[in-house]
Design a protein around this ligand. Sequence first.
Ligand code: ATP
Ligand code: MG
Length: 692
Amino acid sequence: MLRCLRVAPLSLRANLHSSVHPWSAAAQRAVAPPEDFNDRAFKEYFPGPCNYRQQYNESVHNGDEFWTNVANELHFRRRSGKGLEYNFDHRKGEVFVKFMDGSITNVAYNCLEKNIISGMGNKVAYKWEGNVKGDACEITYSELRDKVVEFARVLKSRGVKKGDVVALYLPMIIDLPVAMLACARIGAIHSVVFAGFSSNALAERVKQAGAKVLVTCDGFYRAEKYIPMKQIADDAVKVCEDAKHPVESVLCLEHLKTVTRPSHTTDKALIRDEENFEFAVNDAKDVFAPVEWVQAEDPLFILYTSGSTGAPKGVVHTTAGYMTTAYYSQKVTFDAQANNDVYWCMADCGWITGHTYGVYGPLLNGMTSVLFEGVPSYPDYSRTWEIVGKHKVSKLYTSPTAVRSMMAHPEEMVTNYDRSQLNIIGTVGEPMNPCAWKWLHEVVGERSCAIVDTYWQTETGTHLLTAHHSAVPQESSCGNLPFHGIVPALLDENGKKVKGPGSGTLVIEKAWPGMMRTLWGDYERFVNTYFAPFPGYYFTGDGAKRDAENHYWVTGRVDDLMNVSGHLLSTAEIESALAANPNIVEAAVVATPHDVKGQVPYAFITMPEGQVMTPEIEKEMRATVRQRIGAIAVPDVIQFTPGLPKTRSGKIVRRILRKVAEGERNADLGDITTLADDTVIAELWSHRPENA
Ligand code: ATP
Ligand code: MG
């Protein structure tokens, strides 16, 4: 168990108004990135010494030219000469964003044929690692293209045309990027549904998207657990029968016969002939499936948000703008090297990170990626590092939740494996707490990796704030800088812009090419959710702080900020202070009403297996919060729980915790289909202290 006692004091981030400038102190203790770390990707765009800030200024002063220049590196069949056009103010007319409107291109062509033409056909595109150690394979760019063409033929044989929606319900197997690219090749819109979703959750998404075809597989194993994909898909199709546009065909890949089963099982999915993918391939071998040249603003995909705050939203991304920002942000944030990188994005393709930085970003840059079917905990918590060592991974993209789960185990699980090639570790999904940062920096990176936190959303398609290694000191409490082309602002409670250092609601002032265009079938909800709250701005729903040097700290959802006796506190800060205690695995804090103080913090904590909460540990935790933030932030209640309610993408669902804290046993918990494990709810109630 890692002890995190040397973590930089959180008070550095906590008090924006203190007279001592907190971040200058942070910068002095900064650990420089490794000496041989250069910014090759930057140099291609900006000759001369690398200066992220200067380049940032150029990118926002002439955003149109900046993004159009990036797009010039990609293949377009026709360029219209138009750049970025948008309106964020619904009072002045329809809210819209367009990039290179009228231009014609194809994203799959840019991911595959463009690389093959430039001589990379024999380069490995994906190194696949199965759930069970030893199950592995590779696929080159040329082989990937052939599989994509084959898949595209099958889709066409099922009547899929440009603009039709294809739902993809598949685990992390190579067929998933193949299916995504096959849709892109023929101009169909993919809607990937995470393979952990239940039949009802799948049905809901299939229905909402109006999918014509549903692609799945017989089943797969997640650790020891068998997931009967075909059966779940069949159940979902039944639920969709009364939909306006019921699913016309189901295609089922046979995956199980190619993998090692972790335990004895007789599970066998029943695949009807006409659904069997191999049967369909044979049937479609004479079908013509050429690249469909599509409009810049034609939709590329629909993706539902993770649902941490309510019902998931069907975010729509289009072609040219998404492609341009995926290509550029992959290149800059991960310093993409076509020649010698092995990159691994651990996120599932069922989430936006898997789309942008697991499929489109790396392929557009001709990178070699690892694709992992399993989970970091199986067969034990060393699995991630075993894969990193085996493939000599040089760039890793992970999440704070994965990091926190791994750091609860002995360091040897990491240090026994080769990490000599690793030079960038990115994180996304939640605020990166100092303890987890420190563990990545010291244990995993041995102080010679750049740790790059990236803040963004399904809706934004691409990074908004990053801790870019050349610009942000390598320090655990360092904030992020705006990504090139992104103009963030903070608004106070009256909707007025906060000037200089301060905190407020995070909004974005100008459009960028890769942002969402609408919510599928619900333009009104799109405007109401993202633009109506602050006309003229894109509303992120998150709160943030900023220092005088334009570093940003995302403090959590706006709804998660609490007001204790007139002091605005962020749940993320209290959580970090609690989690600094070596006995704690994770902490989640919510605000709960209080007669006198208005609101008070209520904390839920998890501990390593077998460990129990003692009055001493509780006392220590309270003392840490008091020392780091102040007495005002000390939780009224600290509740132990065996597990926290999380979405299937690993995010804590605080709205459920709020109900538990408030003691509302009969409350409506909203959509719980997005929960990874709903048995946690009963556990939360059973561990609720009587005096809470
Ligand atoms: P829903 O919108 O349905 O509630 P969601 O917001 O969890 O789901 P995503 O789009 O996957 O779905 O997540 C984006 C959110 O994740 C951000 O708005 C932010 O709250 C959080 N987030 C992502 N990256 C970071 C980060 N690096 N630091 C802090 N928060 C982050
Ligand atoms: Mg969201």
